[in-house]
Write a protein that binds this ligand. Structure first.
Ligand SMILES: C[S@@+](CC[C@H](N)C(=O)[O-])C[C@H]1O[C@@H](n2cnc3c(N)ncnc32)[C@H](O)[C@@H]1O
Length: 301
């Protein structure tokens, strides 16, 4: 087999991944992985000839990518909140927009000393690890119904030496102590079972239980919103990521569940992606009968 140069291989494979939304980045990351080199090496070695074995490994990765397997599963790695997480097909690949949820939780957390935080559906542990790295005084309980997901989260907790995060297997709030948390956050499954996006090759490789939540995509949110008050301290916040077109029903669910100061945060495209509500201090607060002297105010954006 005639040996090819790094530059030629990059060019050839970018063209062959034309169906990917980010062919150049995918090829760059996969070639670094196959050659076990870093960005600096790849930038300065365009003319280097590639060993046959490395080229074969790279071509296999490109073939897998063509079948829609996410790059994170092929490299067992994904950056989230500047942390390199171990990722495999047992968990959802953490998305950049989930950092908006982390930012919203951090803003709410400023109001509490040593906040007790609950993250529901932790998957790879991305959110819990980001929160614990920013809030060294916080205790974070991170749950998932999937034992496989908890195994991946465990790998990541160890990798990032996160000793303040406790992992727990739970079906949403099952087995958790009521009235214990200052903040409850989640990026729950929120895709509708008939959503045509589920047919895109990438989503077909991710765990269904991390994506799909009933006919309208709101089953998980419904369960979380209806029970969350019982697990929050008075004045504690519920913070949820959702699809860009779910803000209205989710805000309505929060209002029905008597949350107050309900508002949403936008992603870079200007879509509402995270909704927040606060458990009132007094049960009748939600009906507009505020207790005199109550100084609660919404969290500024
Ligand atoms: C959208 S993924 C989010 C994963 C991770 N937190 C992230 O943002 O990348 C949703 C997670 O919720 C978990 N999940 C689904 N149903 C659940 C349930 N009934 N109780 C607890 N976790 C659940 C899934 O296993 C999955 O890990």
């Amino acid at each position: 087999m005639q040996r090819v140069k790094v530059k030629e291989l990059l060019h050839w494979s970018s063209k062959s991944l034309a169906n990917s939304s980010s062919p150049d980045i995918d090829v760059w990351v996969l070639l670094k992985h196959a050659l076990r080199v870093d960005d600096a090496w790849l930038i300065s070695n365009g003319q280097t000839l590639i060993k046959d074995q490395d080229e074969m490994r790279f071509r296999e990765l490109i073939d897998s990518r063509k079948r829609g397997i996410p790059v994170a599963y092929l490299t067992n790695s994904r950056q989230f909140w500047s942390k390199d997480l171990y990722i495999d097909s047992r968990v959802l690949v953490p998305r950049p927009e989930t950092e908006i949820l982390v930012e919203a939780v951090l803003r709410c957390a400023r109001r509490f000393q040593s906040p007790a935080i609950l993250e529901l559906g932790t998957g790879s542990g991305a959110i819990a690890i980001a929160l614990s790295s920013e809030l060294p005084d916080a205790t974070v309980t991170a749950t998932d119904i999937s034992q496989d997901a908890l195994a991946v989260a465990g790998i990541n907790l160890e990798k990032h030496e996160c000793t303040s995060v406790n992992l727990k297997k739970a079906d949403w709030f099952s087995g958790l102590e009521s009235g214990r948390f200052d903040l409850i956050c989640s990026n729950p499954p929120y895709v509708a079972s008939g959503d045509p996006h589920l047919k895109t090759p990438e989503l077909q490789h991710e765990p269904e239980s991390a994506l799909i939540a009933g006919k309208d995509g709101l089953d998980a949110v419904r369960q979380i919103v209806s029970a969350a008050s019982g697990y929050l301290h008075p004045r504690g916040w519920l913070i949820l990521e959702h699809a860009y077109d779910q803000v209205m029903p989710i805000q309505a669910m929060m209002a029905n569940a008597r949350f107050v100061d309900i508002h949403s945060e936008k992603d870079l495209m200007g879509h509402d992606r995270v909704s927040l509500g606060r458990r009132p201090e007094w049960p009748d607060h939600a009906q507009g009968r505020r207790k005199p002297g109550n100084a609660d105010t919404p969290i500024p954006g």
